[in-house]
Each structure stands twice: as C-alpha cells, then as structure tokens.
Design a protein around this ligand. Structure first.
Ligand code: OAD
Length: 238
C-alpha cells in the first residue's frame, strides 16, 4: 500500500500532517492512553489535566507536568519528525503540521509554522486573569509559583479537558484541512475533538499511520500499519 501513497504525496499540492502522541513515542515520550507509569499509575490524564483538578490540588498537577516537562526536555525528535521537517524544507509551503502534542518536538526538528492545538508544555501562564500586581519579575517560587501579592498561580500553558483550543491555531488548522489534497494522520487514537474532526472534515485523501487500530481508520482511504519513525521516512523521501 505504500507505493500508491508515495505517489499521492508526490502529486499533492497541499498536505496536512495531523499528529498525536504516537508521533513522539519513538522519542521516548509516553502516549496518553498507555498505562501511566510509576507514581502516576493511579491517575488517568483526565483526572489531572483539568482546571478543576489543578484548583483542587495545584501541587499534584504541577508536579505531574513538571515530570513530563523534564521528560520531553531530555528526549530528541525521531526519524519521523525529521522526515516531516525535511520534506517541508525541500518543498516550502506544501505541508502544514497540525499537532495535538505539547512536547515541541516538531518545532525542534525544524518544522516551520507548527499549529500546536493543545499548547506547549514548556510554557506557563496565569491561572486567573492577571491583575496589575501579577508580574513575572516579582513571582514567588514554589510548586506552582504564585504572584507574591495576590496569590494568582502559574499554570502550564496547555489546553486542559473542557477548555477552548487556541482559536487562531484552530482556524488555521481548519483552513489547512479544508484546502489540502492529502492528510497524513499519524500517531493519534482519534478520540479527542475537535482535533480528530479535522480528519473527517477534509475532502482530501486521508492516510492513517499507526501500529494499532484507531478511531479514525473508518475515515481513511488507506491505513498504513506501522510506526511514525518507520513509515514517514519511506513516504516522504523524494
Ligand atoms: P493517545 O495516547 O490517545 O493515542 C496515541 C496513539 O499513538 C495510539 O493510537 C497508538 O496506537 C499510536 N502509537 C503508539 N506508538 C506509535 C508509533 N510509534 N507511531 C505511530 N503511532 C503510535 O494520544 P493522542 O491521540 O495524541 O489532549 O491523544 C489526544 C489528546 O488526548 C492529547 O493531545 C491530550 C490527550 O488527552 C489534551 O491534553 C487536551
């Protein structure tokens, strides 16, 4: 099945690559729906990645993110990230990366203009609307850090369950999905919307790359059973 897809890649004027946690699995970043490791084995992401969970126990949620943040800082982009970035550099303007990942690995691999729908784990922002006193220069350290005057907390700049996606990135992703001839859906279970909806909204061909069955297989013209670091270099080489 790879050869026809390679031809679709060559022929496509615009390609969207929609990625999820499996994209970074071969870099050593655990996926969401894999069993949580060690300390966090008793928690599901849905119980930690919400504003409610953070307000109830800011330190627990902060520490979970701190651990993941340290984890992604230690790993490197894999051959799949590199294949995407290499294609984009050889074919400027033909490929848009839309990712649900917060790990920054596409950006570190050299992909330009990545649309990060779920934010960036390396950044923080204020939990509540910042007041005049909320000043990064006068922050009180801690887990999490807080405004020394009013106590407003810093939180990870990621999208939590129940929160809106960044509207500019989502609109750009929707426009790219509507305009593309080909969408490669890589390493996502396809259960979280609106990201998964992009694969259903496109009129272009859809190719799923995943070693396991996903919820988007029914939307695919072709399902390539394999991993991101194996399949993408073969698909995207010239
Ligand atoms: P999931 O953990 O739900 O799914 C990961 C997918 O990657 C699965 O379908 C695996 O089969 C696949 N996979 C595993 N290893 C792979 C590999 N080496 N190459 C390719 N695919 C592989 O992660 P997401 O679909 O990204 O949202 O989850 C979507 C969202 O749910 C996340 O962005 C996050 C989470 O809750 C928020 O935090 C808002």
């Amino acid at each position: 099945m790879k050869e026809p897809v390679r031809q679709w890649v060559r022929d496509a004027r615009r390609i969207v690559v929609l990625t999820g946690a499996g994209m970074s699995a071969e870099s050593g970043v655990p996926t969401f729906r894999d069993a949580q490791a060690g300390l966090w084995a008793d928690f599901r992401p849905e119980q930690l990645a919400t504003e409610e969970a953070f307000r109830a126990d800011p330190r627990r949620v902060w520490d979970w993110y701190a651990l993941r943040r340290e984890g992604v800082a230690r790993v490197a982009p894999n051959a799949g990230h590199a294949a995407i970035a290499g294609f984009q550099q050889r074919h400027p303007g033909r490929m848009t990366v839309v990712t649900q990942n917060v790990d920054g690995l596409h950006q570190r691999a050299g992909s330009p203009g990545v649309l990060a729908l779920h934010g960036n784990i390396a950044e923080d922002r204020w939990l509540d609307r910042p007041r005049a006193c909320c000043n990064l220069d006068a922050i009180e350290g801690g887990r999490p850090p807080r405004c020394a005057v009013c106590g407003n907390l810093r939180r990870p700049a990621v999208v939590w369950f129940g929160e809106m996606l960044p509207q500019r990135e989502l609109a750009q992703a929707e426009a790219a999905a509507a305009a593309c001839d080909l969408m490669l859906v890589v390493g996502t279970s396809g259960v979280v919307y609106p990201a998964a909806g992009l694969a259903r909204a496109t009129r272009g061909r859809v190719v799923v790359v995943n070693p396991q069955a996903s919820e988007l297989d029914d939307a695919a013209d072709v399902v390539l059973t394999g991993t991101a670091a194996q399949v993408l270099p073969e698909l995207l080489e010239d």
